[in-house]
Design a protein around this ligand. Structure first.
Ligand code: FPP
Ligand code: MG
Ligand code: MG
Length: 323
């Protein structure tokens, strides 16, 4: 199933999600409307809310609360992006200036806080302690992941294991919540909750692995973000970690220096060549594909429906994308 077919399948639900998102964005404070609209309407893929919707439909959930869940997940994600672009000093996202570049860091952080706290107001409307608990834990782990990553920045000795922990915390955990909570809302049997939670976790991991790969392989125009941002930050992502283990001595020194000094952008072409030469990019792609396959395998206990097929297709699309 391609993305157009998946969008068609979820059109009614996603329209309701969008309506709720815009309603919840409203505030008497003009800057919140302005910046909030800029970021929410900025060509994002709406992947995480789409996952909540598909997960709910895949188990034939009959209520309407999945729409609110999807909006909550998108608010948390958007808040985290506003904060992330400040922390990462990024100037380009989704092919446009980042909110921090356009409105400044303070406005970005504070409107991020607005979205984040609004998501908690919406959670109370779901009136479910189990849902609240998962989301409270998820957002806390998200913050933990970012701090752990900060500690690893400029550290060339970061291991693959630590890297995998970071990407679980900062990315996969929210994907996991998006799909698991659809099953919680539906009061689904434990094995379906487990299946959908695992699917989200593996998919999120595959997604971030691909994200980190694209930082070295994509074209800025297509990606809508600046290539080499990770290197400029001295962020030890998997391609670099692999190359420092298996590359030749010259590559190791080059990459180690780039991570330590966070000035690798001058050597970016040389580093990309070194990553190709030792198979680091191939390795990362393989690992992303393996995680996507684990996501697909997790769904085996669910009934065969178009919605399950859509979830399977999304796993393939997540690791075969250009942006
Ligand atoms: C993008 O990663 C960022 C995240 C996945 C999470 C960001 C989370 C925070 C800043 C902390 C938590 C904040 C709240 C409000 C709960 P990236 O920088 O690797 O990807 P990019 O290339 O898209 O910037
Ligand atoms: Mg970033
Ligand atoms: Mg970041």
């Amino acid at each position: 199933m391609d993305l157009t077919a998946i969008r068609q399948l979820t059109d009614t639900d996603m329209q309701a999600v969008n309506q709720l998102i815009y309603k919840q964005l409203e505030s008497d404070v003009a800057l919140i409307n302005q910046l909030g609209f800029y970021i929410i309407n900025g060509g994002g893929k709406r992947l995480r809310p789409l996952l909540s919707i598909l997960a709910a439909r895949a188990i034939d959930y009959q209520g309407q609360q999945h729409v609110k869940l999807a909006a909550i997940i998108e608010f948390i994600h958007t808040a985290s992006l506003l904060h992330d672009d400040v922390v990462d000093e990024s100037t380009l996202r989704r092919g446009r200036e980042t909110a921090n570049a356009l409105f400044g860091n303070s406005a970005s952080v504070l409107v991020g806080d607005f979205l984040y706290t609004r998501s908690f107001q919406m959670m109370t409307e779901l009136d479910s302690m189990p849902v609240l608990k998962v989301l409270a834990d998820t957002t806390n782990v998200l913050a933990e992941g970012e701090v752990l990553q900060l500690m690893n920045c400029n550290d060339p000795d970061t291991t693959e294991e630590t890297y995998m922990r970071v990407i679980y915390c900062k990315t996969a955990k929210l994907f996991e919540a998006a799909t698991l909570l659809a099953a919680v809302l539906a009061d689904a049997p434990p094995e379906w909750q487990q299946a959908l939670g695992d699917y989200g976790k593996f998919l999120g991991t595959a997604f971030q692995l691909t994200d980190d790969l694209l930082d070295y392989t994509a074209e800025t125009d297509e990606l809508g973000k600046n290539i080499g941002d990770d290197l400029a930050e001295g962020k030890p992502t998997l391609p670099l970690i692999y190359a420092m283990e298996y590359g030749d001595e010259q590559a190791k020194t080059l990459i180690k220096t780039a991570i330590e000094k966070a000035d690798g952008t001058q050597a970016i072409n040389e580093i990309i060549a070194a990553l190709h030469a030792c198979g680091a990019l191939e390795y990362t792609q393989k690992k992303a594909e393996q995680e996507a396959q684990k996501a697909i395998d997790s769904l085996s206990v669910l009934p065969d429906t178009d919605y399950k097929q859509a979830l399977i297709s999304l796993a393939h699309l997540s690791v075969n994308r250009k942006n």
